[in-house]
Design a protein around this ligand. Structure first.
Ligand code: F6P
Length: 318
């Protein structure tokens, strides 16, 4: 029986389990044996492979995290680590793999294919939504809804006490989460790495309010730093007191939204067929509701832009 591997890698993202479920069920429906590679590239290098059955895919569609576990592997960045991983895959007669993760995962996948000719198809699994070649990544919709819900709660206190809250959201080097969530929660200002953050303007916006009740959303990769840095600069430069909330990993957990489940399911199923049809070194994504294939290196080399309408709205309606 033909065998294909599936693994999740990098930061976990809600919807990864729905994705694994789709891979398992698609494989089984066409007589292919799905093999789970545990702990991302770490498990690939240690030969930690498990035979996946229909039972493994039961009751996981609504679960956050990933049943295959995940890791960020330093050893896989070495040629020796990748050679070991390729040998293990070949020994186990796994003829191709599906890699669900972000740009770090795709870098590894790209090298694995080019150095060892292991057919590999990537699927976008990251809450950051920062991969070129897909409108949305698996986990993003859940993360923004989780963050928005948390900020709505904080707003109750901001309003009741007349306080300034500087709220930091995730996104590493990308401001997608900050922008969407900031607009959705009516933030007074949104600081993201893609645009220049003007501290004086930010201070001015806060002072517009007589009782200063304000929500400011800061993407963790902003050039001014995190929420703590912005808060300190506002105090030192403009004598503005503020409270800092870092939403952190709360954004990565929880049951995936319907959108994430459907995206994860669609891409999981398409990825199996793409791999078996001979596609390799590409990411399967969804653009304008259609399935798209993007060379893995383009997913990080071509920078995905923040939608201009969001950037406009963020200043217009603040
Ligand atoms: O890439 C997803 C992400 O959650 C980023 O938003 C964040 O910068 C990073 O992972 C945190 O990674 P870790 O959980 O390994 O600290």
């Amino acid at each position: 029986m033909r065998k294909i591997g599936v693994f999740t890698s990098g930061g976990d993202a809600p919807g990864m389990n729905a994705h694994v479920r789709a891979v398992i069920r698609t494989c089984l429906s066409i007589g292919v044996e799905p093999i789970g590679i545990m702990n991302g590239y770490e498990g690939m290098m240690y030969g930690d492979f498990v035979h996946l059955t229909a039972k493994d895919s039961a009751n996981i569609i609504s679960r956050g995290g990933t049943i295959l576990k995940t890791a960020r592997s330093k050893r896989f960045m070495t040629e020796e680590g990748r050679a070991q991983a390729a040998k293990n895959l070949k020994d186990a007669m796994i003829e191709g793999v599906i890699a669900c993760g972000g740009d770090g995962t795709f870098h590894g996948a790209h090298y694995l294919y080019h150095e060892h000719h292991i057919p590999i198809v990537g699927t976008p699994g990251t809450i950051d939504n920062d991969l070129y070649g897909t409108d949305y990544t698996i986990g993003y919709d859940t993360a923004i809804n989780t963050a928005a819900e948390a900020i709505d709660r904080i707003r109750d206190t901001a309003e009741s006490h007349g306080r300034v809250f500087i709220i930091e959201v995730m996104g590493r080097h990308a401001g997608f989460i900050a922008m969407d969530v900031g607009v959705a929660c009516g933030a007074k200002a949104i600081a993201v790495p893609e645009t220049h953050t003007d501290l004086a303007d930010l201070a001015g916006r806060i002072k517009e309010h007589s009782n200063r009740r304000t929500i400011i959303v800061v993407g963790e990769g902003d050039e001014l730093g995190g929420a703590g840095d912005v808060s300190r600069m506002l105090k030192e430069g403009y004598d503005i007191d503020s409270h800092v909330t870092i939403l952190g990993h709360i954004q990565r957990g929880g049951s995936p939204t319907v959108r994430d489940r459907v995206l994860a399911t669609r891409l999981g199923s398409v990825a199996v067929n793409a791999l078996l049809a001979g596609k390799t070194d590409v990411m399967v994504g969804e653009s304008n509701h259609h399935v798209s294939y993007t060379p893995l290196n383009e997913t990080w080399e071509k920078r995905k832009q923040l939608p201009p309408y969001l950037v406009e709205l963020s200043t217009l309606l603040a």
